[in-house]
Design a protein around this ligand. Structure first.
Ligand code: ZN
Ligand code: ZN
Length: 264
């Protein structure tokens, strides 16, 4: 529903984890459609969930697309078997990106050097398969920008759940990456993020849930799901000074341009 109560469709949630919701996917998809979130991209995080993602994107056609990638938390488990599976499925029609990949020095579940190696390997995979990437970066701004620059001109993508500094936003935009905003933008203490969003051009912006995490206001305390993205969209529309309809049109167009396999 838009602010005047009318339905606004056409949104895409570019980063969600349907397999982690522990809910009937059909119910999740129906609720999302009713809220105006017509499509979503469900994200791979480790080898153990990749088969499920490959099956899910087929079973949940045409609303759901997917990505394959090893999250920096799981970098320590990256091996030949995991890479072989990705290589076998990165040409699947409904797999639209490599992700989520990147660096997380906040939790540091994997050694930093291992994270950097695994990040580079998967950037190379994206280059080999001519796919965009979804980047996870936390407390690792310098190294993230260095590695994105190493692949400049060969790999494009988005910075998922962007909560970094203005400097990271500018650095990412400079190297050709888009910025994806999650429910964090609705949080009371997110003034600096809202200020950064103001500076990101509308044609470089995406919206996501990262469900089941990062539930937007006013649903804090509940499990997040794609239907709730509309609350994030409202806040972003207000910051950008555009209508919800315009925001849906712009962000979906951005997704079409970035994810060349996205058939929507
Ligand atoms: Zn992430
Ligand atoms: Zn995620």
């Amino acid at each position: 529903m838009s602010t005047d109560g009318s339905y606004v469709g056409g949104f895409i949630d570019v980063h969600t984890h349907i397999d982690m919701l522990e809910l009937d996917p059909q119910i999740v998809l129906k609720a999302a459609r009713e809220a105006g979130v017509d499509h979503m991209i469900t994200i791979g995080t480790h080898h153990a969930d990749h088969l499920k993602i490959v099956e899910m994107v087929e079973a949940l056609k045409p609303q759901v697309f997917g990505t394959l990638g090893i999250h920096p938390h799981e970098a320590k488990d990256y091996n030949d078997e995991a890479e072989a599976f990705m290589r076998a499925h990165l040409n699947d029609k409904r797999i639209v990106a490599v992700g989520e990949i990147g660096l997380d020095y906040f939790y540091e579940h994997s050694d930093r050097e291992v994270q950097r190696q695994v990040f580079r390997k998967q950037m190379q995979l994206a280059a080999d398969f001519k796919l965009p990437v979804e980047i996870h970066s936390r407390d690792a701004e310098e190294d993230t920008i260095v590695i994105l620059n190493e692949f400049k001109g060969r790999v494009r993508g988005l910075m998922h759940c962007f909560t970094g500094t203005q400097r990271l936003a500018d650095g990412a935009l400079d190297v050709g990456y888009n910025i994806s905003i999650s429910g964090v933008v609705t949080f009371k203490n997110a003034d600096s993020l809202r200020a950064t969003v103001k500076t990101v051009p509308l044609d470089r912006l995406h919206i996501e849930t990262d469900a089941p995490f990062l539930t937007p206001v006013p649903f804090r305390g509940k499990k997040n799901e794609p239907a709730m993205m509309i609350h994030t969209a409202r806040v972003v529309a207000e910051i950008k000074g555009v209508s919800l309809e315009e925001l849906a049109r712009a962000t979906t167009e951005n997704a079409r341009k970035l994810f060349n396999r996205l058939s929507i």
